[in-house]
Design a protein around this ligand. Structure first.
Ligand code: HEM
Length: 413
């Protein structure tokens, strides 16, 4: 019913997702061995349903849940995942999320607003001097990784290593991970974790004003984080802290340049960048699918019984284009009043902890691009990364344009 590895589907999944959504709120896909949840109301409800979990190991065995045992050859990878907020359920999740939240405070995030603005301009200075640049490699990647590293207190001299470890790590979340990718992700996890352990040891000796020190020193209700828990937390913050933000900027700016009228609304100040960010996440979200295990008997989704032990896949890109919530859902409209009702940051106990930081980064970078490069245009058709779950481009080559030319992109579609 859905082939998440098909290149045509990856290039533009929305027509197929729309057909699936309009033919039902939930489908059992025998080939994928999953229940696909397609509509906004049902995805939203699943995200908040405590009978569904990102993991099942706290309530049952692998046999009981018919799950493939975690491959011991990938132990380094599983060790890093072990305490990741994205891999655990209450009570561990509640405990660790509280401790992480005590370090990732609204004040610390708000403190990133000015550095985010400054860095966007600094990086653009170099890009604009060259005239033509890759929005991802030259701007979005160094931008996001620098900001999350700065918050955590990770030196930026290793930022290309961090990007490399992260890209290899997240390949494990796709449907069609190859043996080679799995080996590479495992090696990346080992290197990443060894590096983070050095940073933890250093901050234990000499704490600084950064988040790794805050995680090392975090105390809530007499509890603290172990080194293994800090490693998982730092890795998930570093990975989640740039992959999705970079892809939102790539997908979003590309969508704007393909809809020059919408780009012009930003340039002319008709719509604020903060509002546009919500519509860009709705229109082409960087994370298309999240899964849950059914932990209890008696679960029904849209009247369809889903037995304990089954897996459900929530299709975010489909929910974000649900006409029951968004008028003309396939139209990019940066002035859309209810765009922020998108599912892009999830919901329930796993709701994105980094959403306020992502919003600051995306707003600042979009604002800087519009101010500094109002005649920005695509110079070639960007090529998609051949993956469905984490949706992005391999590169987004842009040119600053002359400003004398009309604001139309060379690419249509
Ligand atoms: C546009 C950018 C981003 C998007 C679209 C996004 C999306 C999401 C979504 C959908 C989830 C929930 C997953 C689930 O329910 O299974 C999530 C969780 C998470 N995100 Fe983000 N995210 C973004 C940026 C960030 C940033 C900048 C950070 C960190 C600084 C971050 C850190 C996390 C973490 C740690 C979790 C796990 C929370 C938990 O399980 O309790 N994300 N994100």
């Amino acid at each position: 019913m859905l082939d998440p590895t098909d290149h045509e589907f990856i290039a533009d999944p929305y027509p197929a997702l729309s057909a699936l959504r309009e033919s039902g709120a939930v489908h059992h896909d025998e080939r994928l061995g999953r229940y696909l949840v397609t509509r906004h109301a049902e995805v939203r409800a699943c995200l908040r349903d405590r009978r569904l979990g990102r993991n099942f190991r706290h309530v049952g065995s692998e046999d009981e849940f018919n799950a493939t045992p975690l491959d011991p050859r990938r132990q380094d990878f599983w060790d890093v995942e072990r305490w990741s907020l994205l891999f655990i359920e209450p009570p561990d999740h509640t405990r660790i999320r509280k401790l992480v939240a005590s370090a990732f405070t609204p004040r610390a995030v708000e403190g990133m607003r000015e550095p985010a603005r400054q860095l966007a301009h600094e990086l653009l200075d170099a890009c604009l001097e060259r005239g033509r640049f890759d929005l991802l490699y030259d701007f979005a990647q160094p931008y996001s990784i620098t900001l999350i590293c700065r918050m955590l207190g990770v030196p930026t001299d290793r930022h290309r290593d961090l990007l490399d470890w992260s890209h290899r790590h997240v390949k494990m979340y796709e449907f069609d991970t190859t043996e080679e990718q799995a080996q590479s992700a495992t090696r990346a996890a080992a290197e990443f974790s060894a590096y983070v352990r050095e940073l933890i040891a250093d901050r234990r000796r000499s704490p600084r004003d950064d988040m790794i020190s805050a995680l090392v020193g975090a105390r809530v209700d007499g509890d603290n984080l172990s080194d293994d828990e800090i490693v998982s937390t730092v890795v998930v913050l570093l990975n989640a802290g740039h992959e999705a933000t970079v892809n939102t900027l790539g997908n979003g700016v590309c969508a704007l340049l393909r809809h020059p009228g919408e780009w012009r609304r930003l340039v002319e100040g008709e719509t604020a960048p903060a509002a546009a960010v919500e519509e860009l996440i709705r229109f082409d979200p960087p994370l298309q699918l999240f899964e849950r295990w059914v932990l209890e008997d008696g679960v029904e989704i849209a009247g369809v019984p889903v037995p304990r032990g089954e897996v459900i896949s929530m299709l975010f890109g489909s929910a974000n284009r649900d006409p029951r919530v968004f008028d003309g859902p396939d139209v990019l409209d940066i002035g859309r009043t209810n765009a922020a009702e998108h599912i892009g940051f999830g919901g329930g106990i796993h709701v994105c902890i980094g959403a306020p930081l992502a919003r600051i980064e995306l707003e600042a970078s979009l604002r800087a691009l519009v101010e500094r490069a109002p005649a920005l245009e695509l110079v070639e058709e960007p090529v998609r990364v051949p993956a469905f779950v984490i949706r992005g481009f391999q590169a987004v080559e842009v040119e600053i344009g002359t400003g004398a030319e009309p604001l139309v992109s060379t690419v249509t579609g």
